[in-house]
Design a protein. Sequence first.
Length: 149
Amino acid sequence: MNAKINRFERILKTRVKVRDDEQILLSIERREEERIMDVIENLGVKRNRALDSFGEQGEESLTVQDLRMRRKAIDFIDDRICREGDALSGVRKSIENCEARLLEKHREVKVMENYISFMVENLQEEEKKLEQSELDDIAGIRHKSAGRS
């Protein structure tokens, strides 16, 4: 029985390691999500500055080429915001999948812990019964030998 418990404890250690690896992966994905959100926020600030600059040309006389370049800069920022938004969607989907896998890993670990606990309790009960049986035998032997004296 001890060998069986030891085997299951090794399996539990492996499952705990897999669960811990999944938690690390989830934290990496969340950091990536935060990084992308920061990039999108910074791009939004740059876009607003570019729009303000484009709208506040004031008395400056700008050529058509200058206006086109400013507009291309704004379009470039918009395209980058769109790409980063797509990347953010992908990372969020990955986080969602990772959370689902992590939940399953938690369940697996809990099931293994409960099963090992159950086996240990059964082993302890068997050992107590065996010990009690031995004590009963010893008491019976003493009782018989005391009766003969």
